[in-house]
Design a protein around this ligand. Structure first.
Ligand code: ATP
Length: 574
């Protein structure tokens, strides 16, 4: 047994070890853990007898170390030091043989030669036997030193083996092997004390762990008792989580990354922390300032494309549809039964409940009485298919990565077609943002620019449009509504009944159509109708700041004079 009692070790008035006591039995592996400068190497040197304790006692098998005969002590304990001073000229075999010096007088006996061979073989240094020590790599040198220590006490299972950082220079294989050798020797009676820095190695190989801090023993016990997150933090000031290996019942320590920004410790570096935030973090900061920012505004402020934010929100439950796959996806939309189709541009959003109907761009007229979408899919640049508990949907994004069009499944929609598409999309390419951020105020719509209006066209104020729409709703006037975006037209024909006018929000909220018109984004509304009395079709063109047609509302057939006169009251000639 190794007994350490009330051990103090002092150098130049400084106590390097303070009141350290423990006992360790034959057959046990003790690991000493502690931060740099904690006193581990100092304790090892006291345990091997190199340093004399200032106070206290160290005894091996009942005998104080300083009472040991020097030769007997040399045969009863061996120490692999952290730093070994070796004369450069020695060969590997000569160094290992030094471990046998306490065992022979002038010449090594056969047994010494045999032991040296055996330990060299075990430590994988036999192939270097004739090489000069200094020509070996760091790890090879460490294994030679281990072989020397092992050679010293090889035949004495009562001995004490002290290994101070024996694996610090070793590769993974030898780290494991050296600790396994130490443990195997302990199982045959050796007392083994090992200093290691890797807590998981200590957890795996040690029977007992002592943790030192500032020369004091703070924690002492089995790995599972000692290696707790709190103890690890107390000793090393690092955050760790500890799991129990269910097979070995030994703890496994998982270290968390220590977050550190070089700006904090290098005064020569600029403070660019804000730039380094992840998109998610930047967005959180933005929403903390203004929780009601629309997705488009968030994308604008964060200088990313809207699709990036969609992918951020839905990444777990959505698949990316690359441009080359859009046509295939689009062809499948007609199979999904009744869905909500939505379209968005700078001036409005429109949602209609319909079976997806597509008209080619060549056809100029819609199918009367039926909603349709006139489309040129090549103007869409990406899509996503979302399958989460809140929505099952397919969204298409324009060349700026802004949401332009899509469908959302309803209760009665055909889910088989949707699932097939989802499976197909799973084999497609992964998402990588390829969009330029949307420059402020630039509109993604590539639609028709309306610069030339004939003499019948009039500019009309939003207030007149509101009144006109209210009258249409009240008198059940049927309308045709077309929303334009990037080469496609989303059409609705029918009555609008339920208007919600909250000033800044203007909405149609009916069963089969929902619309929101953003009057603040509309630059011009033009009326195409010769006169109030002519009982003609009225057509209103809503243009955005770039003069592009975003929305068109026309009367479906002639207007009663009561309604048309309202339009003329508020118009001014262009
Ligand atoms: N001869 C000495 N004179 C003064 N201070 C010493 C002396 N030897 C060691 N020390 C100091 O004692 C403390 C413990 O040193 P020790 O080598 O035991 O630490 P350690 O736990 O092995 O650290 P490491 O993990 O860095 O190897 C350190 O602060 C060291 O600087």
């Amino acid at each position: 047994m190794l007994r350490v009692e009330k051990l103090n070790y002092e150098v130049k008035g400084r106590l390097l070890l303070k009141d350290v006591s423990f006992q360790i039995r034959k057959g046990e592996v003790l690991a000493l853990l502690g931060a740099n400068g904690a006193g581990k190497s100092t304790l090892m040197k006291v345990l091997c007898g190199e340093y004399k304790p200032s106070n206290g006692l160290v005894s091996l098998h009942g005998q104080k170390l300083d009472q040991y005969d020097a030769r007997l002590l040399a045969r009863s304990r061996a120490m692999l030091s952290q730093q070994q001073h070796v004369s450069l000229a020695f060969k590997v075999e000569e160094i290992v043989m030094m471990g046998r010096y306490p065992h022979f007088k002038s010449r090594p006996a056969e047994v010494d030669i045999a032991i040296v061979k055996e330990v060299m073989c075990l430590c994988g240094v036999d192939e270097f036997a004739d090489r000069v020590f200094s020509s070996l790599s760091g790890g090879e040198q460490q294994r030679v030193q281990l072989a020397r220590s092992l050679a010293q006490v090889w035949e004495n299972p009562d001995s004490l083996l002290l290994l101070d950082e024996p694996i610090s220079a070793l590769d993974m294989h030898y780290q494991q092997k050296v600790l396994a050798i130490a443990k195997a020797l302990a199982r045959r009676g050796f007392i083994v004390v090992i200093v290691v820095h890797d807590v998981n190695f200590a957890a795996t190989y040690a029977d007992r762990i002592i943790m030192l801090k500032h020369g004091r023993k703070l924690f002492d016990g089995s790995p599972v008792e000692v290696l707790t997150p709190t103890n690890i933090y107390t000793i090393f000031s690092v955050e760790a989580s500890v799991e129990l290996n269910p097979r070995t019942l030994r703890p496994y320590i998982r270290l968390e990354e220590m977050p550190l920004d070089a700006y904090l410790f290098n005064s020569k570096l600029p403070d660019d922390r804000a730039e380094k935030l992840s998109l998610r973090q930047k967005r959180e900061l933005l929403l903390a300032e203004d929780p009601f920012l629309s997705l488009a505004d968030q994308a604008n402020r964060l200088q990313v494309a809207e699709i990036d934010l969609w992918m951020l929100d839905k990444s777990k439950n959505c698949r990316y549809i690359a441009k080359q796959s859009i046509d295939e996806v689009f062809r499948q939309l007609v199979k999904m039964g009744e869905v909500t189709v939505f379209t968005r541009n700078a001036c409005c959003t429109q949602k209609t409940v319909q079976v997806y109907e597509v008209q080619s761009t060549e056809k100029s007229e819609g199918n009367p009485g039926k909603e349709y979408v006139k489309v040129k899919t090549d103007l869409w640049h990406a899509g996503i298919i979302v399958n989460d508990k809140d929505e099952e949907a397919i969204h298409f994004f324009d060349r700026k990565g802004a949401l332009a069009h899509g469908i959302r499944l309803r209760v009665d929609s055909d889910r088989d077609a949707f699932r097939k598409l989802l499976t197909w999309c799973e084999q497609q390419t992964d998402y990588k943002s390829t969009f330029d951020p949307l420059p402020k105020l630039e509109v993604a719509n590539d639609g028709v620019r309306c610069e030339h209006y004939d003499m019948h066209k009039k500019a009309i104020r939003p207030i007149a449009v509101r009144r006109f729409l209210s009258a249409c709703a009240a008198l059940e006037q049927s309308l045709e509504i077309n929303v334009f975006n990037n080469g496609y037209i989303h059409n609705y024909r029918g009555k609008i009944k339920n208007l919600v006018d909250q000033g800044f929000r203007y909405m149609v909220k009916d069963e089969r159509i929902e619309m929101e018109i953003f009057f603040s984004s509309i630059d011009n509304i033009c009326l195409d109708m010769p006169s109030a009395s002519a009982k003609m079709v009225a057509k209103l063109d809503f243009l955005d700041q770039s003069g592009i047609l975003n929305l068109q509302i026309s009367s479906d057939g002639e207007l009663p004079e009561a309604i048309s006169s309202m339009l003329f009251e508020e118009t001014t000639v262009i």
